[in-house]
Design a binder for this molecule. Structure first.
Ligand code: CUA
Length: 308
């Protein structure tokens, strides 16, 4: 989706206000430019001519240049208050949210409490339905922004803030963290995938299923390595003993488009490289390199790839 094209009733008023104030600013800029050029040309020094007569004080002019900007600012303030009401209407405080987003250094933890779906970084939305979103942070201040879809909102530890988010038409909408939150602030990408209600329901059905335990082979060994070799002390895979939320939920990780909150495309080869040395791709990321053997890394990849 191109930037600055609003695709929701929350983003539209913000975009309208941006274009209105840009137009007002543009007219003022042109007016000032014309006046400055006129003054330079008309009152330039000419040989043999006397200096122009200096003017002190002009009540009408001074009133005009005080009142006009004041009126423009009052109009813009009015437009802004109207935009705030339209882009960020009051949200119910005691209703269960549709989507909970928790910022982490450096990824987004996602929960759909009513649908029993947990994920990370990639938000799925049903087109035309307004989701009540709650935002929070597990560590430092992050800020959540998907420019085509919604206002920008800070995710502050200990503060549950709420807003509505929706998309008017299907598509992929990129977003990112917009509050500097440490070394990998730039790799805290968001991808919103807006789908038809039927596609969204299919996604929910697939995501809410507990992945079956691998029957045997490399994937089964991978599951064992995952539990024993510390992956399980930070990550969750539903239906297993791994239930920690320090790192992203990896249930159905193979169905996502990227790894490391956008840093790598999610392919088996990248997944293996990422597991073996995440610091090479996202320096400072809180996931350490575990010096896994090649065989163990392959086994974990086989296990995770089975979790579509
Ligand atoms: Cu999170 Cu910047």
């Amino acid at each position: 989706m191109p930037p600055f094209v609003p695709d929701s009733s929350q983003a539209k008023p913000i975009s309208d206000l941006f274009i209105t104030t840009l137009s007002i600013g543009g007219v003022i800029f042109l007016l000032v430019t014309v006046l400055v050029i006129t003054a330079i040309v008309r009152y330039r020094e000419r040989p043999g001519q006397p200096e122009p007569r200096p003017i002190f004080g002009n009540t009408r002019l001074e009133l005009a240049w005080t009142i006009t900007p004041a009126v423009i600012l009052i109009v813009v303030a009015g437009l802004m208050i109207n935009t705030m009401q339209r882009a960020d209407p009051p949200v119910p405080a005691n209703q269960q949210p549709d989507l909970v987003i928790i910022g982490h250094q450096w990824y987004w933890e996602l929960h759909y409490p009513k649908l029993n779906v947990n994920s990370a970084n990639e938000i799925h939305l049903p087109v035309g339905r307004k989701l009540l979103v709650e935002l929070n942070s597990a560590d430092v201040v992050h800020s959540f922004w998907v420019p085509n879809l919604s206002r920008k909102m800070d995710a502050t530890p200990g503060m549950n803030v709420r807003m509505y988010m929706e998309a008017d038409k299907p598509g992929s909408y990129p977003g990112t963290c917009v509050e500097y939150c440490g070394q990998q602030h730039a790799w805290m990408r968001i991808l919103v995938i807006a789908q038809s209600p039927a596609d969204f329901d299919a996604w929910v059905k697939q995501q809410s299923q507990v992945p079956p335990a691998p029957a045997g082979g490399e994937a089964a060994r991978g599951a064992q390595v995952f539990q024993q070799d510390t992956c399980a002390s930070c990550h969750t895979i539903s239906g297993t003993l791994a239930n920690k939320t320090f790192g992203p939920d990896l249930t159905h990780v193979a169905s996502r488009q990227t790894l490391g909150a956008g840093v790598l495309d999610n392919t088996p080869a990248n997944l293996k490289n990422w597991i073996q040395n995440p610091q090479a791709y996202k320096p400072g990321v809180l996931m350490p390199a575990f010096n896994l053997t090649n065989a163990d890394a392959n086994a974990i990849v086989a296990y995770l790839e089975a979790n579509k």
